[in-house]
Design a protein around this ligand. Structure first.
Ligand SMILES: [Zn+2]
Length: 325
């Protein structure tokens, strides 16, 4: 399996959307698309998307003719791209009062984190993309150069400073972060932060700093948090992580020793675990893994499945462990 195929197994990475990068710069073309029969809008409100729960979780796709009911302007929508016969837009709305009593299919505003794993892969990816875009828009309402207000242009893929003598163009940002499954012999290194749900453990993660390569960030984070030096570092896969706006770069690594010391205090606890010890912890309830939609789970799953005759997902299903947020 190559890096692309491995990454595509991660939630939020399904790729059947044409982002229409060239056409989205054409304001006239976009305006006609927004009001066309091909337009479908996903609605966003207070960090949640309008979704229906029955028969399966899915985003409610609103046609342009129905947008007026939401008392918002389609001109502020973000163009996500084209898939099949539809053009997808994301729209942040301020008033949800129209919703209640007008949807018969159990539609409600739901956090993507809650049901991202249950959505169809293409829908989870679409909403993840939209969520990251809204996060960027919210944080860039003012020009970082001169402080004047900025205005969304190019279908929401650029913000232009409104001060004529500046006119700086600002483009969407994503923060690179590394996440790494560190192993030695048949054991994997797990850590937990104090703020996490009780008994939740994960692999080591942290943001890439300016002036370092992603591999250097892997080595630094593991050393900072656990005092463990690495012998090897290998790329695994990546996952956009819109909580709020990161790209997770997944790695595997081998440690040079077992000796742990919690150097920077970021972790409350860290320890090594074999697959049997993972299963024992899951059964007793004193060890929990990250949610299945995360690349953290994927890294743990790949390590576990390599060293076990039973797949981690089967063990979890047998124990009835579905949602851990
Ligand atoms: Zn400016």
């Amino acid at each position: 399996m190559d890096d692309l195929k491995r990454s595509l197994l991660n939630v939020f990475t399904y790729s059947n959307l044409d982002r229409m990068v060239d056409r989205r710069k054409d304001a006239e073309h976009l305006a006609s698309l927004q009001t066309s029969l091909s337009a479908r809008f996903v609605l966003f409100h207070q960090d949640q998307f309008l979704m229906s729960e029955e028969p399966n979780p899915a985003p409610v796709l609103v046609e342009s003719g129905s947008i007026d009911r939401w008392q918002c302007s389609i001109e502020t929508s973000v163009y996500l791209g084209c898939r099949g016969e539809h053009n997808y837009f994301a729209l942040e709305i301020g008033d949800t009062s129209w919703l209640y009593g007008n949807f018969s299919d159990n539609a409600n505003f739901v956090e993507l984190r809650e049901n991202g794993y249950s959505l169809k892969a293409e829908d989870a990816t679409l909403l993840s993309y939209a969520k990251a875009m809204f996060h960027w828009h919210r944080a860039h309402g003012f020009c970082g150069v001169c402080g004047a207000a900025t205005l969304a242009v190019q279908g929401g893929h650029c913000r232009r400073c409104t001060k004529p003598e500046c006119a700086k163009l600002h483009f969407p940002r994503t923060d690179p972060a590394i996440i790494v499954a560190v192993t030695k012999d048949c054991k994997c290194l797990f850590g937990r932060q104090k703020a996490w749900p009780q008994y939740r453990y994960s692999v080591i993660a942290g943001f890439v700093e300016p002036g370092e390569s992603v591999e250097q960030a892997v080595v630094r984070e593991v050393l900072e948090e656990t005092d463990i030096s690495l012998d090897t570092v290998d790329y695994h896969s990546s996952q956009p992580w819109p909580f709020p706006g990161s790209i997770m770069l997944g790695f595997t690594a081998t440690a040079s020793s077992y000796q742990i010391r919690l150097n920077d205090g970021e972790l409350q606890d860290a320890h090594w675990r074999s697959v049997d010890e993972v299963v024992d912890g899951l059964i007793s309830g004193e060890f929990r893994v990250p949610p299945r939609l995360s690349i953290a789970y994927r890294l743990i799953e790949d390590w576990f499945n390599e060293h076990s005759s039973r797949k981690l997902s089967v063990v979890m299903d047998d124990l009835g462990i579905v949602r851990l947020w």
